[in-house]
Write a protein that binds this ligand. Structure first.
Ligand code: MN
Length: 280
């Protein structure tokens, strides 16, 4: 059995005057849980009709920004001409690689009518050998995500292999990403690869793990030793389980760029400013 290494509360991170996300990674208690480098949790929040929710064009290089949408409708546009619209249950998996410029936000129809928006943005690091590969964009519709039913709980396999199921996300190092739904009073044992780092973030509910009580919007960082963990739901709970082979390489990040050295960061800024990452 794995044990709890650390329980990390989220910190509030302002996006603008009226919007914020809850962020358990990184914050004052944790730097990274390699290969996972950032997790932002937005909502669930009711967005009033007519209020736009939009992040204007910005670049990324050297990692994989993933959007896991629980509720609402968001649109992605990038400098490679990809346009994607996803709804609750879908996932956007973008390999930024050598560099891409994109915009993201609620769709026009969602902004007109308003509604509940609830999502996670997760940044997954790329090994040095893949940081400069050609960018790619993968839209993962809910119906293509395999679901394992265990008792009354569900495990949605977004990335990696889980008990004969294979997540649709294309990864460049071993990564498992599971959306786990556990009804009140039930428990589930999640099996993991040995020697992977592992953690889970509770988007909703309350769980008990290794005798610790874990409230909503907390990240549970598990021990490297062991290959399974039992999680019990005290209330209806949803969690995002993250596991992966750690990337043991230097990490230097600056805003939207995640590289291995300061020189590579300066190059990324230079390339972006010279239009090498394209435009929308
Ligand atoms: Mn972005």
């Amino acid at each position: 059995m794995k044990t709890v290494k650390k329980i990390i509360p989220s910190e509030k991170k302002n996006l603008g005057p009226k919007q914020f996300v809850m962020s358990p990674l990184p914050n004052q208690w944790v730097g990274q849980i390699s290969p996972f480098i950032m997790l932002d949790h937005f909502g669930p929040k009711h967005i009033p009709a007519g209020e736009p929710f939009f992040v204007p064009p910005h670049p990324h290089r050297g990692f994989v920004p993933v959007t896991i949408l629980f509720d609402g409708e968001v649109e992605h546009k990038d400098s490679f001409g990809n346009i994607g619209r996803i709804k609750g249950g879908d996932v956007q998996w973008m390999t930024a690689g050598s560099g891409v410029v994109h915009s993201e936000g609620a769709t026009e129809s969602f902004s007109e009518t308003g509604g509940v928006l609830h999502l996670i943005q997760l940044w997954i690091n790329l090994p040095a050998a893949y940081k400069m590969i050609t960018p790619s964009y993968q839209e993962i519709k809910s119906e293509t995500i395999p679901v394992l039913k265990e008792g009354n709980s569900q495990v949605r396999v977004i990335a990696g292999d889980y008990k004969n199921l294979k997540g649709p996300a294309k990864t460049f190092s071993p990564v498992s990403l599971l959306h786990v739904i556990i009804p009140e009073g039930e428990e589930i044992t999640i099996e993991l690869e040995k020697m992977f780092t592992s953690s889970y973030y509770l988007t909703k509910g309350q769980t008990v793990v290794d005798e610790y009580d874990v409230p909503e919007q907390h990240l549970v960082w598990l021990s490297d030793e062991g290959d399974k963990i039992t999680v019990k739901a005290i209330r209806d709970s949803e969690l995002l389980f993250m596991a992966g082979e750690p990337i043991n390489e230097p990490l230097v990040s600056y805003g939207p760029f995640v590289m291995n050295s300061k020189t590579e960061i300066i190059q990324a800024i230079h390339d972006y400013e010279n239009g090498l990452m394209g435009s929308i």
